[in-house]
Design a protein around this ligand. Structure first.
Ligand code: Z5A
Length: 216
């Protein structure tokens, strides 16, 4: 089969169902004969996974400054872009990435209220022209997503997730920021209803991805 490099990112508030849809899409595309790479942010390389562990679980006596958190996400991204995403795209793979630069805008920009213009410059610097062809934003009410995430965390020892533990206002700012990004960039960002059943939502994911594949 002809190789069609395509960079697809999945975004959304907590518990939106991104990982679930990515796994379904990977199997669907692989069965159709495409080379598929799935990855995530923060993470995707050994060092970026170490940074992930800090930003998600660090609860030491020296709190992370919001700017430190931002720079750790961007540092992880530089490793990830250069060691995973660019090589995969150059090999003709479809890359499915769980979170990317829109997460930084939503969580550190809107959630932590850091300077959005500066943050977008950092995003551009880290991404180094490697921008998504398609972003699927799985939207759902904050309360539903957090309930799902909490349910899943039950029974997981030392779950302690710094971002999940943020106040409800933080999560509302994150969701609103995502919807604003989608409004600003309707060509790239497609909003899907995360309250749908898994199979029904997957039909919409497939439809958006099929459209994108026809364009490359
Ligand atoms: N972050 C940031 O702040 N800045 C950045 O620049 C970047 C990231 C890149 C990554 O954590 C954290 O990093 C994240 C943002 C921040 N904040 N937090 N916390 P993560 O990767 O561990 O967490 P996540 O990305 O938020 O993923 P998630 O909570 O695991 O959600 P998900 O992948 O979207 O959902 P899921 O795992 O597919 O599903 C969650 C549960 O719901 C699970 O039990 C499913 O079985 C269930 N589910 C899934 N779909 C459905 C439907 N359709 N109906 C009902 N139930 C469903």
């Amino acid at each position: 089969m002809e190789r069609k490099a395509l960079f697809i990112t999945f975004e959304g508030p907590e518990g939106a169902g991104k990982s679930t849809q990515i796994a379904l899409l990977r199997d669907y595309l692989a069965d159709a004969g495409y080379k598929v790479v799935i990855t995530r942010e923060p993470g995707g390389t050994p060092l970026a996974e170490d940074f992930r562990n800090i930003v998600k679980h660090y609860h030491g006596s020296e709190p992370l400054y919001p700017a430190t958190e931002l720079l750790l996400f961007e540092a992880a991204r530089v490793q990830h872009i250069n060691y995973v995403i660019k090589p995969a795209l150059e090999s003709g793979a479809i890359v499915l990435c769980d979170r990317f630069t829109d997460s930084t805008a939503a969580y550190q920009g809107a959630g932590r209220t850091l300077n959005m213009d500066f943050l977008q410059q950092l995003n551009a610097f880290a991404a180094d022209d490697c921008l998504p062809d398609l972003t699927l934003l799985i939207d759902l009410p904050v309360e539903i997503g957090l309930a799902r995430a909490q349910h899943r965390a039950e029974g997981v020892e030392n779950h302690n997730d710094r971002l999940e533990e943020e106040k409800i206002d933080f999560h509302h700012r994150v969701r609103d920021a995502y919807l604003q990004i989608a409004e600003n960039e309707p060509q790239r960002v497609k909003v899907l209803d995360g309250t749908l059943e898994i199979a029904e939502l997957f039909e919409q994911v497939k439809s958006r991805v099929t459209d994108a594949l026809q364009r490359v």
